[in-house]
Design a binder for this molecule. Structure first.
Ligand SMILES: [Zn+2]
Ligand SMILES: [Zn+2]
Length: 330
């Protein structure tokens, strides 16, 4: 099969992915063999390919927003011919203290698709059968791919923030996750307030139904019930916190924050306001989100690249020059 393979991480402009002809993986117990239909390109792929994340598998086939058709290793629940999605969490151990508490998103020993195992920048891929999600018919291959990481994480953030229907919700930052989350929030009758950098992001937020848009740390004109921050910035987290009503919640969707600046407890946290972080995803988030996406007709903007242009797709993500989400097709 053809695959875009990473041997040594390097700047994306030096084209670190090489298109190679390699043996097709073989189905084995507990795994599905998938023929790829599409694979979304995530910013995390860029961090892997450029070596910002330490290399865990060498050589590596990246890609963790997989839409594939089962061609081998079928199970009772997922027969051959089923269309499934696979996301960043490729598996958990099922035995650690977190898994046993039903908190699999916090598992001590997870596997990550396209990072600790081979991913979807290829014609075929293997995926753990219990971490493959049958896809609702309403979601087509290409538009479904970007939902499988950014979309699921955005949905989990909404849950961690405790959003209820009709809430006033602030989104701080408006990238891949937020621009999918806003459609879910609008479908739930929430008023959405978006603070973000860049006029194009603000215009997009408006066109997707934001009640109000402002700059990065600008405070919405009303007190928020919930807020979600997507920027890796502690200043933004504090701006979000300062926008909350009593009892409100900020969910921080960022793996790293630069730092959280000192802030005034009496004014910002007193009154049972809460700060929470969002870590990974559970299978229930994926299933519930895909169902919701199908019900509300969620259709992200995409730009399609052929597999042999994987370097160009990632470079476009890096340059912010891609229109919507980049999707590779084999
Ligand atoms: Zn991702
Ligand atoms: Zn575990």
């Amino acid at each position: 099969m053809r695959a875009a393979v990473l041997a040594s991480p390097d700047s994306i402009f030096d084209r670190p992915l090489r298109l190679e002809e390699i043996p097709k993986p073989e189905a084995r117990a507990g795994y599905l063999l998938l023929r790829m239909r599409a694979c979304g390109v995530c910013r995390t792929d860029l961090h892997i390919v450029e070596g910002e994340l330490p290399q865990r598998l060498n050589p590596l086939i990246p890609g963790h927003q997989i839409v594939g058709e089962v061609v081998g290793g079928e199970t009772q629940e997922i027969p051959v011919g089923t269309r499934v999605g696979v996301s960043w969490i490729g598996g958990v151990d099922g035995t650690c203290a977190y898994c046993r508490r039903g908190l699999e998103n916090l598992c001590d020993a997870p596997t990550f698709t396209g990072y600790t195992t081979h991913g979807g920048y290829a014609e075929y891929a293997l995926a753990r059968a219990d971490f493959a999600f049958p896809l609702p018919e309403a979601l087509d291959d290409l538009h479904c791919a970007p939902l499988l990481c950014a979309g699921i994480i955005g949905f989990r953030s909404i849950r961690v923030a405790g959003v209820e229907k009709g809430d006033r919700v602030g989104l701080f930052g408006f990238g891949a996750s937020a621009h999918l989350a806003i459609s879910v929030l609008r479908a739930w009758g929430c008023d959405v307030y978006v603070s973000t950098r860049g006029t194009s992001h603000r215009e997009l937020a408006k066109s997707l139904g934001a009640t109000w848009v402002g700059s990065e740390t600008e405070k919405p004109p009303v007190e928020l019930d919930r807020a979600i921050t997507f920027a890796p910035s502690g200043d933004v987290a504090v701006a979000a916190l300062s926008s909350l009503r009593k009892g409100g919640v900020v969910a921080i969707n960022a793996i790293h924050l630069d730092r959280i600046p000192e802030f005034n407890y009496d004014r910002l946290l007193w009154g049972e306001r809460q700060i929470r972080s969002v870590a990974n995803m559970a299978r229930s988030d994926a299933r519930d989100f895909l169902q919701t996406a199908s019900e509300i007709g969620l259709k992200p903007q995409i730009t399609v690249f052929p597999l042999d242009r994987a370097n160009e797709a990632l470079a476009a993500v890096k340059n912010d020059s891609v229109n919507g989400a980049a999707v590779l097709v084999p």
